[in-house]
Design a protein around this ligand. Sequence first.
Ligand SMILES: NC(=O)c1ccc[n+]([C@@H]2O[C@H](COP(=O)([O-])OP(=O)(O)OC[C@H]3O[C@@H](n4cnc5c(N)ncnc54)[C@H](OP(=O)(O)O)[C@@H]3O)[C@@H](O)[C@H]2O)c1
Length: 245
Amino acid sequence: MSAGKKVALISGANKGIGLETARQLGKQGITILLGARDLAKGQAAVEELKKDGVDARAVKLDVVNPADIKAAAQLVEKEFGKLDILVNNAGVMFEPIGGNTTTTVSEEQLRQTFETNFFASVSVTNALLPLLKKSDAARIVNVSSILGSLGLHAQEGSPIYEAKAFAYDASKAALNSYTIHLAHALKDTKIKVNSAHPGWVKTDMGTDAAPMEIVDGAKTEVQLATLGPDGPTGGYFHLGETISW
Ligand SMILES: NC(=O)c1ccc[n+]([C@@H]2O[C@H](COP(=O)([O-])OP(=O)(O)OC[C@H]3O[C@@H](n4cnc5c(N)ncnc54)[C@H](OP(=O)(O)O)[C@@H]3O)[C@@H](O)[C@H]2O)c1
């Protein structure tokens, strides 16, 4: 891995939108640290990326495991001394898509969803922030969902009005709040922080019913990870379009 190249860490990158984000960023010449909670799956994904000429290595990162987070930060510090891009992509959804789970989702599932989708993103970011501050212009992408939009959920007739997966939606709304607060905390730095809605994408989470292919589903993450100096911070986007909080 050569000096001077940008370095990106993507969580949950062994499959789905995270893996495709790794591929598209890697094809731009960015060194990829491919986060995976199962290192063997991460290594298999790295072998796949290498066929596309991507400079990648797998990092064991179960985002709800503090020891993994600490070790990943130490690895980045030791090997690169900085981090240019952090994509908080790892996510879970335990509820069915469609319908309203507000009174049926278990408290355990509510907590587990928040652990991965919200608390872990804060923990991973906090651990890596000192290294992001060493980059010339770091980018943090919190992979949210349009289902995290409080405004659209409250608006009768909106595209998501009938899709109320309570644990998932609330966890992504909390993640969006983190985006706004972190962007404000970092407003006097060159670091930009944004929330991404990938679209409804054909992955294990999105299911085959989704209209978007994975190659397009990664585009919003890639755009926000590679924003120029005039790009936005503290925003919520899908393919360059602003989403209502
Ligand atoms: N697909 C959609 O339509 C859609 C729409 C809006 C937003 N999103 C968001 O996009 C992101 C990626 O979703 P996807 O559709 O690509 O889903 P996916 O195919 O199910 O992939 C999810 C990834 O997250 C990883 N993960 C889950 N828990 C983890 C943990 N504790 N530590 C580390 N990795 C963990 C999974 O690892 P394992 O392989 O080990 O399970 C997997 O790599 C998620 O944040 C999701 O909420 C997806």
